[in-house]
Design a protein around this ligand. Structure first.
Ligand SMILES: Cc1ncc(COP(=O)(O)O)c(C=O)c1O
Length: 385
């Protein structure tokens, strides 16, 4: 049997996979089992931010695998300590909690927000506001937090204590908040929802409202984090430093890791025994993540902005509409399935979000490859019926 046949027979059929078996990659190039080469504009859905298996990262990770791949969280370990220190020093946050994915990071943020409020105000202040069209994960809590049509079927009962409000409408926000609200949770750019950047003025007003009423402002930077939008974290584009920030994807650059950063208010909220994870803070993933953060400097972020401007200019000159921030871009098209398949045929991997094409290339993608990929993409987009 072929890999496709084995997969189709033995894997739970919960993914609509593209018709390609990927076997290796380096930087922004991917190869399939037949030796076909693809320019990668997807980076494993914003995971391979520094490209596939960058040398220094790989060396560090291999070294950690040989030294001590896992130690239980009952003990101290260097990679976790140094990663937490680095994240806090780079952002000004007070402390970090490590887990294995974006959804897990958001689960932790939800628990942290509710406990903060419980500790201070008691039991009935536990509602979390999220915005229509958001995406926060696939666990029951994060799926409940996800305010998208079609996401709240089948898996009943969902959780109590979430309320969905329209993004961008501050009057509706004020109408929707009541004494039961403990936190607002938002993406700065709705990724899965169609690559839509939040309005800066709206976010500022919501943030100020939250500060005034001791409502925690929680940012889901699972996709926007780690340089993706041209800043280390996307809150830097907004006048709103989150009380709790979650991230994952690009922090791992190929290994599973999630992180929750907490500021002054929640520094001591999650006390011993209130949260944990066996694999969370895995030493291999943490040692790799330190290398990732070392690379996210001014020069890399400048490169993200330059690449972003280049892509936007290429598309708008061709009369194609584009949304998003940095290297998290959405493109309006007529038939996303056609565009994805046709690009793939011509050696380019692109993603989708809702009915748009989504581009999430590596932050350091080689300019020549970017130009080659954009030529293919424009040809395909302009060939749509
Ligand atoms: C904004 C956001 N939050 C949460 C998640 C869930 O992350 P994970 O798939 O790592 O659980 C995603 C994944 O796409 C995401 O984009």
């Amino acid at each position: 049997m072929t890999i496709k046949e084995i997969s189709n027979k033995y894997l739970v059929p919960n993914y609509a996979r593209q018709d390609v078996v990927l076997v290796k990659g380096k930087g922004s190039l991917l190869y399939d089992e037949d030796g076909n080469e693809y320019i990668d504009f997807g980076a494993g859905i914003a995971v391979n931010g520094l490209g596939i298996s960058p040398d220094e990262w790989a060396e560090e990770v291999i070294n950690q695998i040989k030294t001590l791949p896992h130690a239980s969280n009952l003990y101290y370990s260097e990679p976790q300590a140094l990663l937490a220190e680095k994240l806090c020093n780079m952002t000004g946050y007070k402390r970090a909690f490590f887990c294995n994915s974006g959804a897990e990071a958001n689960e932790c943020a939800i628990k942290c927000a509710r406990k903060y409020s419980y500790d201070k105000y008691g039991k009935d202040r536990s509602t979390i506001i999220t915005f229509v069209n958001s995406f926060h994960g696939r666990t029951i809590a994060t799926l409940t937090a996800t305010a998208q049509d079609g996401m709240h079927d089948y898996f009943f009962p969902f959780l109590e204590g979430f309320k969905y409000l329209p993004a961008g409408d501050f009057d509706k926000f004020c109408e929707g908040v009541d004494d039961s609200v403990c936190a607002v949770m938002t993406e700065f750019v709705q990724g899965e929802g169609g690559v839509i950047a939040q309005d800066k003025e709206f976010i500022k007003k919501v943030y100020d409202y939250c500060k005034k009423h001791d409502i925690l402002f929680v940012a889901d930077e699972v996709q926007t984090g780690n340089g993706r939008t041209g800043k280390l974290y996307a809150y830097e584009h907004y006048e709103a430093k989150p009380d709790i920030l979650t991230t994952a994807k690009g922090l791992g650059n190929g290994l599973p890791i999630g992180a929750v950063l907490v500021g002054d208010l929640c520094e001591y909220t999650l006390s011993a025994g209130t949260h944990g994870s066996t694999f969370g803070g895995n030493l291999v993933a943490c040692s790799g993540a330190i290398k990732v953060l070392e690379k996210i400097d001014g020069e890399l972020l400048k490169g993200v902005c330059e690449r972003s401007e280049y892509i936007k200019k290429e598309l708008s000159c061709a009369g194609i509409e584009v949304s998003g921030l940095g290297l998290m871009l959405g493109i309006t098209c007529k038939d996303k399935s056609y565009v994805i398949k046709e690009c793939q045929k011509r050696g380019l991997i692109v993603l989708s979000a809702k009915n748009k094409i989504r581009l999430l290339p590596a932050l350091n993608i080689d300019m020549k490859l970017l130009e080659k990929g954009m030529k293919i993409l424009k040809e395909v987009l302009l060939s749509e019926e």
